[in-house]
Design a protein around this ligand. Sequence first.
Ligand SMILES: [Zn+2]
Ligand SMILES: [Zn+2]
Length: 238
Amino acid sequence: MAIPNAQYEIPVLKALIKLGGRSTVQEIYPVVEKIMFSLLRKSPGEYGSHKSSKEPIWHNKTRWAREALKQKHELLGTEKGVWSITPLGRERIDLIRESKSDPDSLDSEDDKQNLLTEYTDFSEAESIEKVEEGRRLLRYHYVRERNPKIIHMAKQIALKKYGELRCEVCKFSFKEKYGKRTETYIEGHHRLSVRDMGQGHKTAVEDIALLCSNCHRAIHAKYPYISVEELKAITVVS
Ligand SMILES: [Zn+2]
Ligand SMILES: [Zn+2]
């Protein structure tokens, strides 16, 4: 059985972490091979030689995985000949270790269902008193904001769209201010407000606004929270 290119992504990330975050292509091959040992043993075809390059097919797939990871901002693509993992790449591996599921492939029905479970609770909330509703909503809000997978996905979508992470309200960029170590840092804020309740929202990642810590705090400073748009409107532009 041939191994899909995408299955090389996680071994490449893991190999880079083992190698201290950076390596050359020649350094990474043996580490990837070791990580994939049992899978490669079951797939001897991967050792066949590639039509044009004449090297083992799995070398070729490893490099394909690198390209895919660059697209996802999980590897850096700037330094020639150097494979280098980004904080977002490390975050993916951390999330896999914590939850045993890959945040980059949350597309099975089960996963979607899990992301919506907390929300489904709310449809029952209609008959419950207003205060209770508010409490449930608040809990839901924090559950979502503490869900590192949703935040990870939201960041990836933003990076794909804009190539960088900026606060939706004030346009602050952590990277611009604090440099590379914060290049994938931003906070996720759940947009759903008390007023949106009962409208049957079914969005997931789209519900997450990416905000700098100041704007996020400003929203949470006083309950009931204001919306991202309302904060934008009252923000003093300096
Ligand atoms: Zn901001
Ligand atoms: Zn928030």
